[in-house]
Design a binder for this molecule. Structure first.
Ligand code: PRX
Length: 656
């Protein structure tokens, strides 16, 4: 975060109460009611979640133990059997919701489609039968690499229907990144599309899959299922590649849901961390189902009459939890939009709100800042009066953007629900409940009932009110990640061993800095590790460095985040070249493109600086602190005396 953002957040004092008309009708109607729920959950978390699990979900067989906690490994609702697609689909068919819109989809070129619960159920069952026919059985992993089309959600649900964990790879990742993820997950099949529309261009997704699989790149993959979207010419390999529409047309719509154990894996989703390769975050069935259901219902005050729109891509956890599973489990109408605001259509989001009468709108601060820059005329030219609740996620929201969102988009009548959470947490951890929690611009407010969040120092001791520290969670929650796929040690090490266990109690280390104020409100200050947040996309600096050094011209690379008004942070790379190479603008462009090829467009460095050497400690560690200062145009902070060669810094500084 930039210094000015930090300062404006520190000075923020305003408090906004939920509108009384909204509170009266809400699931959770007052702050007192929230506090009662919070106290109840804290006193006996297992009983709290058990009661909700019984009330809110349908089970094939009851559980015998609510929580089995062998730190850091948790099992929830042990012995229970269910299927998340039964909760998201079948149970609604027995009610008036049968013919209610489950998914409303709007394509970027303006085509659209609505699927009722009955229609969605039918297509999910057909797709599930196609997967079976292609040899996918319970426990097999399936890769999904798709644009934002209904088939992306259908593919996820089809996997869940038969108990095949999906691993969705965001369509903005490159063929290389896709290959790594398919190999790590040992995916047996990939579901993709010929391409997708993005900013008036097409993205060749099938070609990227072909590239990932070429030369036996991902030998576990036996079949590729291809949805037709752009209708551009693609190559289809006989025996391996199949058209989705051909096989679905022939498939039976009868596919009973596989009875899943509560702890059976639902999906793997890769995310970036401080070190090494992206981690496969594992989520399981029952706890995830319950927690995404409850958070969606209470935080967004989700009602049967709402049209609910989350603008995330299904390739991220936000899309998993709050486009697909959370809303559908509640029987809601979830809107999917393929497009993003672009020069040819800067008002497209507001057109969608107006066209469908969207009631709940959930987006990211980076998008809000981009809208501010575009100007008020776009939202003001549309009827946004249907909106009743606005959400935000992905990075700290600066108070100015918060207030703009509330006034210009929300007409000063919508609560702003700032949700802090992570891929690892599965669902919202710190968030207002729309009808209950008074909000403060820039604060994610209070933890969800059952979430024992705290701010601590490096020894794990709670810090005083308004003092900065590390954000931690003290008790397991139903949708917590269960492990890093195939690497329990990495899971333990990354999240549970940063802070020493106290009195035998393990605490979850989130990787974020935070402050809790005198009212118990949390203010998230951003990552404390080497993870950077570019336009709400989470990237490990090490991944980008590895991509850079894999280029033959590069000797060493150090990547830091630089505050950016629009993106939150931008990628700034310092690069030293091999002796045989000399710096040039062409080489910079080539290196940027190389990172795009290795990771994807979201990782393209905003700036590359060539350096003769990088500042290092005597033991050879790069001193990133100084590089961050330089990149941000700040004074150098900290002690330079541990540096091996002081002149290195001086030379670098001259370049700025
Ligand atoms: O740094 C926090 C930031 O995003 C990180 C999690 O990223 P990811 O796993 O990709 O999930 C993003 C969507 C849930 C967090 O560690 N973050 C997320 N939401 C907020 C946030 N920072 C501040 N305020 C938020 N509301």
């Amino acid at each position: 975060m930039s210094q000015s953002t930090i300062e404006s957040i520190l000075q923020e004092q305003r408090l906004f109460s939920p509108p009384p008309e909204l509170a009266e009708q809400a699931h959770i109607k007052s702050f007192a009611e929230y506090e009662q729920l919070y106290a109840k959950a804290k006193a006996d978390p297992a009983a709290f979640w058990a009661e909700l699990a019984e009330q809110e979900l349908d089970w094939f067989e009851p559980w015998h133990t609510v929580l089995d906690w062998q730190p850091p490994f948790a099992k929830w609702f042990v012995g229970g059997k269910l299927n998340i697609t039964y909760n998201c689909l079948d149970r609604h068919l027995k009610t008036w919701r049968r013919n209610k819109a489950a998914l409303i989809w709007e394509g970027e070129p303006g085509d659209s489609r609505t699927l009722t619960y009955a229609q969605l159920h039918r297509e999910v069952c057909q797709a599930a039968n196609v997967l079976k026919q292609l040899g996918v059985t319970k426990g097999d992993r399936v890769g999904i690499y798709m644009p934002m089309v209904p088939e992306a959600a259908i593919a996820m649900l089809a996997c869940a229907r038969i108990g095949a964990p999906h691993t969705v790879v965001f369509g903005g990742f490159s063929a290389e990144a896709l290959k790594d993820r398919l190999n790590d997950a040992q995916a047996k099949l990939v579901i993709t599309a010929d391409g997708g529309f993005r900013k008036d261009k097409t993205i060749p997704l099938k070609a990227a899959v072909d590239q990932a699989l070429t030369n036996d790149g991902a030998p576990s993959v036996q079949n590729v299922l291809v949805v037709q979207r752009t209708k551009e010419a693609i190559s289809m390999q006989t025996g391996r590649d199949h058209w989705w529409h051909d096989l679905l047309a022939e498939a039976s719509a009868d596919c009973p849901p596989e009875p899943m154990d509560s702890e059976d894996m639902l999906f793997i989703l890769y995310t970036s961390g401080t070190t090494g390769r992206p981690k496969g975050v594992v989520h399981t069935t029952a706890g995830y189902n319950l927690y995404t259901h409850m958070t969606c219902k209470w935080a967004f005050d989700l009602k049967d009459t709402d049209v609910y729109w989350c603008t995330a891509d299904v390739g991220w956890i936000t899309g998993h939890s709050y486009i697909v599973y959370g809303p559908l489990s509640n029987g809601a109408t979830s809107l999917m939009y393929e497009g993003v605001p672009r020069p040819s259509n800067p008002g497209c989001f507001w057109d969608v709100v107006e066209k469908y009468g969207v009631n709940i709108f959930y987006t990211a601060p980076t998008a809000i800042r981009a809208f501010i820059k575009l100007g008020n005329e776009y939202p003001q030219a549309r009827d946004l009066s249907s909106l009743r609740i606005l959400g935000t996620v992905g990075e700290p929201i600066n108070p100015e953007a918060w207030i703009w969102y509330q006034q210009v988009i929300g007409g000063s009548k919508c609560p702003i629900v700032d949700t802090w959470w992570q891929t690892e947490t599965g669902g919202f951890m710190i968030t207002p409940l729309a009808g209950a929690t008074p909000t403060k611009p820039g604060s994610a407010t209070r933890p969800f009932p059952g979430i024992l969040a705290d701010v601590v120092d490096l020894e794990g001791n709670p810090v005083a009110d308004n003092e900065g520290g590390y954000l931690v969670i003290r008790h397991p929650w139903p949708s917590m990640m269960r492990t890093v796929y195939g690497d329990d040690e990495r899971f333990r090490h990354t999240y549970w061993e940063h802070l020493p266990p106290r009195n035998g109690q393990y605490i979850y280390f989130a990787g974020d800095g935070a402050r809790r104020d005198q009212d118990g409100y949390f203010w998230i200050m951003g990552r404390v590790d080497d993870v950077i947040n570019v336009s709400g996309h989470r990237l490990g600096t090490m991944e980008i460095e590895s991509a850079l050094v894999s280029h033959p011209a590069v000797a060493e690379a150090a990547v830091v985040g630089r505050p950016d008004d629009l993106k939150g942070e931008d990628i700034f790379a310092f690069v030293t070249l091999e002796n045989t190479q000399s710096p040039s603008e062409d080489l910079k462009a080539e290196l940027k493109q190389h990172v795009v090829n290795e990771i994807g467009v979201i990782a393209r460095p905003g700036e590359i600086r060539f350096a003769e050497a990088l500042p290092k400690t005597r033991s050879g560690k790069i001193i990133r602190r100084f590089l961050r200062n330089l990149a941000s145009g700040e004074e150098l902070v900290g002690d330079a005396s541990t540096m091996e060669d002081q002149s290195v810094l001086e030379k670098l500084r001259q370049g700025f």
